[in-house]
Design a protein around this ligand. Structure first.
Ligand code: HSE
Length: 427
């Protein structure tokens, strides 16, 4: 029997989950592994800090080298987050012949290609199931269970913070700031929520999903994205009256010869299964050419769900350690014939506040028509003092063309405000 030893870099929320799972489920994990498993050392910032977890102080260290260079340690688990330091630690781990498990979407989305190459060169494994969807087994599902498929589409709710905020706005009539405050009080949103509410977190995760499912490398900074900060209570209400829910969607779609990808607040039909994914939950909708449509649902964050994915990766590596082991990392992306077009064409919901006088709607409609933008529906809501909300839903339109038309509409003085532009997906 081999004694598999882990070095844990970080004892925050996820690190604690990893510790608790390894301790509490020891019989289950060791039975699965056929070996014993021990967390030998843990990197922390402050050894003597009070912790709500029973970890012996003698295994804590503030020196990463004590872990990364320890010849007895087989697997390094990186759960410190951030990009640069995590990247350095992972590289050094490979140089020291260690396998690496990480929950860090930012480092994998940003440096995944180089890390795969380095892992392969060192003959070790790099696994990151927890980096997308927390406890939802999406990476292994795409790369193992569904490996026989060619994928057409992956659409998902992959950010729990924004889904929690949108659910509170929709179910309890809160405005964005109230819902964000509640999300912070409940520990879903961070003190600085920018990455979540501006769609960056979802873009990191979408970049990873695109690599895994389509073998195409799209840097997170090249993913068109829009967050949820401009969504108002009124938008939620109008969407609901039109039969839609608003969700922050991460989308990757093959469309004939084109490859589209974006993170965008999106109206989806109220009866679609993704519309009922509420609060901090995540869900992914996948279409493969063999399996057809498939949905995964679960907790996209949190100590134990994310820890579950991390420990799952540890066990998979642990099982390989005693076999005739070959590195699992792929070190190259496929060339693609697809046109990489980012946001591409789509249907849009546009909420405008216009001057309340005869002829305004006609003038706006004729501007849309000059830009070849076809309208599916127009709804006028209750009158205000000077301004009246006008909601347009377009047919398929190119976003840049839409922006030009809206620029002209704004400059002609008829519109007080373009309050929001959201995508519409009739899934
Ligand atoms: N901040 C993320 C979310 C969880 O709200 O989904 C970690 O990826």
């Amino acid at each position: 029997m081999k004694h598999i030893k882990i070095g844990l870099l970080g004892l925050g929320n996820i690190g604690k989950g990893v510790w608790n799972i390894v301790e509490n489920n020891k019989d289950k994990v060791e039975n699965y592994l056929g070996n014993s498993l021990e967390i030998k050392k843990i990197l922390v910032r402050n050894i003597h800090k009070n912790r709500d977890i029973n970890v012996p102080e003698e295994i804590l260290t503030t020196n990463p080298k004590e872990i990364i260079q320890d010849p007895e340690i087989d697997i390094i688990v990186e759960v410190i987050g951030g990009i640069d330091t995590a990247f350095e630690y992972i590289k050094e781990s490979f140089q020291n012949g260690k396998h690496v498990v990480t929950a860090n979407k930012a480092v994998i989305a940003t440096h995944g290609d180089i890390l795969h190459k380095l892992a392969k060169a060192s003959g070790v494994s790099l696994r990151y199931e927890a980096s997308v969807g927390g406890g939802i087994p999406i990476i292994n599902t795409l790369t193992q269970s569904l490996s026989a498929n060619k994928f057409d589409e992956i659409v998902g709710i992959i950010n729990g913070t924004t889904n929690y905020i949108l659910t509170q706005m929709s179910d309890f009539g809160m405005d964005f700031n109230e819902a964000l405050k509640l999300a912070q009080e409940k520990g879903y949103a961070e003190a600085d929520p920018t990455s979540d509410i501006e769609g960056e977190d979802a873009a990191f995760k979408l970049s990873i999903l695109i690599s895994e499912a389509f073998g195409i490398r799209i840097s997170p900074k090249d993913i068109p994205r829009e967050g949820i900060t401009k969504i108002s209570k009124k938008d939620i209400e109008y969407a609901s009256q039109l039969g839609y829910k608003i969700k922050l969607f991460a989308t990757a779609k093959k469309d004939e010869n084109n490859f589209k990808f974006y993170v965008h607040p999106t109206l989806i039909p109220i009866n679609h299964p993704l519309a009922s994914v509420s609060n901090e939950f995540n869900a992914l909708f996948i279409r493969g050419n063999a399996v057809g449509e498939l949905m995964l649902y679960g907790k996209g964050a949190g100590s134990m769900p994310t820890g579950s994915a991390v420990v799952g990766d540890i066990l998979e590596i642990g099982k390989l350690i005693e076999t005739d082991y070959k590195a699992q990392s792929t070190d190259s992306f496929k060339e693609t014939d697809l046109n990489i077009i980012g946001e591409g064409i789509g249907q849009y919901y546009i909420h405008t506040e216009v001057i309340d006088e005869p002829g305004v709607l006609g003038k706006i409609a004729s501007t849309f028509s000059r830009y070849d933008i076809s309208l599916k529906s127009v709804v006028q809501r209750a009158r205000g003092n000077h301004f009246v909300p006008l909601i347009f839903i377009t047919h398929e339109v190119d976003r840049s063309q839409l922006d030009k038309a809206l620029e002209e509409i704004k400059s002609n003085g008829l519109v007080n405000e373009i309050a929001s532009i959201l995508r519409v997906e009739n899934l």
